[in-house]
Design a binder for this molecule. Structure first.
Ligand SMILES: NC(=O)C1=CN([C@@H]2O[C@H](COP(=O)(O)OP(=O)(O)OC[C@H]3O[C@@H](n4cnc5c(N)ncnc54)[C@H](OP(=O)(O)O)[C@@H]3O)[C@@H](O)[C@H]2O)C=CC1
Ligand SMILES: N[C@@H](CC(=O)OP(=O)(O)O)C(=O)O
Length: 349
């Protein structure tokens, strides 16, 4: 496909940790072409290379350097883009994303503002792409909003979905060890995090308690709502001095009392369609060794063993800014295209 045939996209919050991942992952994307970068009024008017403190080990894409950063709070230029990926600070996402959607733009968001809105699909594409059909009856005119879940939720749901399909998940206790990059830049002050573990991430436990049941829920008959799964989640969230990669220590009660081999088989079967691997190494997964599995889009699970309280326990790990943010949102946008929701702008709806 030539560059001019690709779908023009905007990145809202392009200068932040997740925004940079978007630019990097969309470099040479077969269907999407970044034509607009937006951020706060602090960055607006500057060249992208000047406005951004690039923090990735790969080079800033050459085409991005001279793009002039727009103000995300200004009205979108009509007809300039059909899709916007949002990596906006949560404090401004609600208003800006609605403005974009009402201007006929399809927004795929990493921010939490609309995740639990009953009209908005909360999507992990390998798990619940069918929920995208909710967009057809959304209130946002010709545009739409689809949300990417919280980065810890995504890892948890990728591990639980095969078990939920095979047996039914009833109760979950999860302790997260979350990387510093999850807090954006500059994030937690170094003197608070080095040589330390912080047992609180504002709002995180509430999101982990609610989001999995929506994602693992069922699209109701007329595609106008989601019946949440009957799953109870008890989360405890910790910030740890790791750069990238969220580790989850999970205990789970499954219906039907399956054996260990059956649980392993459920994950093995899922691995045909999801970048999921089980490691039998006693000391894995580890962030440094496992976060880049499958280009950062994979989940690594290990240490499956009996739990005397809930039945089974295991450890799961995924990359928070790739699988848990920009990479996950791009995969969702690809699913949006595949379902015909974005073809030819409004005609696809
Ligand atoms: N980091 C992660 O692992 C994950 C993050 N998320 C979510 O993604 C979003 C972005 O996170 P992250 O990249 O880490 O955050 P950063 O703080 O690194 O970046 C925030 C971005 O939002 C822009 N912004 C801030 N305030 C305003 C404003 N008033 N008006 C317009 N734009 C504004 C910033 O622009 P400027 O540079 O001009 O200030 C910047 O581009 C957040 O909603 C976060 O919760 C979701 C999953 C994982
Ligand atoms: N709070 C997460 C990252 C994040 O921003 O998530 P959310 O979009 O749900 O606020 C972390 O600290 O790792």
């Amino acid at each position: 496909m030539s560059e001019s045939e690709k779908i023009p996209v905007a990145i809202l919050g392009s200068t932040g940790m997740v925004g940079q991942r978007f630019l990097s992952l969309l470099d040479d994307h077969p269907r999407f072409r970044v034509t607009q970068v937006l951020a706060s009024s602090r960055s607006a008017g500057m060249r992208y290379a000047e406005a951004t403190r690039w923090g990735l080990p790969t080079e800033m894409p050459a085409w991005a350097r001279d793009l002039v950063v727009g103000d995300a709070n200004a009205l979108p230029d009509e007809g300039r883009v059909r899709l916007a990926f949002s990596a906006l600070d949560a404090s401004v996402a609600r208003e800006v994303e609605a403005t974009y959607a009402e201007a006929g733009i399809f927004v795929v968001s990493n921010a939490s503002a609309y995740r639990m809105d009953p009209e908005v699909p909360l999507v992990v594409p390998e798990v619940n792409a069918d929920h995208l059909d909710l967009v057809r009856s959304q209130r946002f005119g010709q545009g739409g909003i689809v949300c990417n879940p919280n980065c810890s939720t995504i890892g948890l749901v990728l591990a639980l979905a095969p078990l939920h399909r095979a047996f039914g998940v009833e109760e979950v206790a999860v302790t997260t060890l979350q990387a510093a990059s999850g807090a954006g830049y500059p994030g937690v002050p170094s003197l608070d995090l080095i040589d330390n573990v912080v047992p609180f991430i504002s709002g995180e436990e509430e999101k982990l308690a609610l989001e999995p049941a929506k994602i693992l829920g069922t699209l109701e008959g007329d595609a106008r709502g989601i019946a949440a799964a009957q799953i109870v989640v008890s989360p405890q969230c910790f910030r740890v001095p790791v750069i990238d990669g969220h580790t989850l220590s999970v205990s789970v009660r499954l219906a039907g009392d399956p054996g260990r081999d059956e649980v392993l088989r459920a994950w093995q079967d899922a691995a045909q369609a999801v970048p999921l691997r089980y490691t039998s190494a006693a000391d894995r997964p580890q962030p440094r060794l496992d976060r880049d599995f499958s280009g950062g889009m994979g989940i690594t699970i290990g240490r499956l063993r009996p739990c005397p309280v809930l039945g089974f326990r295991f450890v799961a790990l995924s990359h928070n800014t790739v699988r848990g943010a920009a990479g996950g949102a791009i995969a969702t946008a690809e699913a949006v295209l595949a379902r015909g929701l974005l073809q030819g702008g409004s005609e696809g709806r």
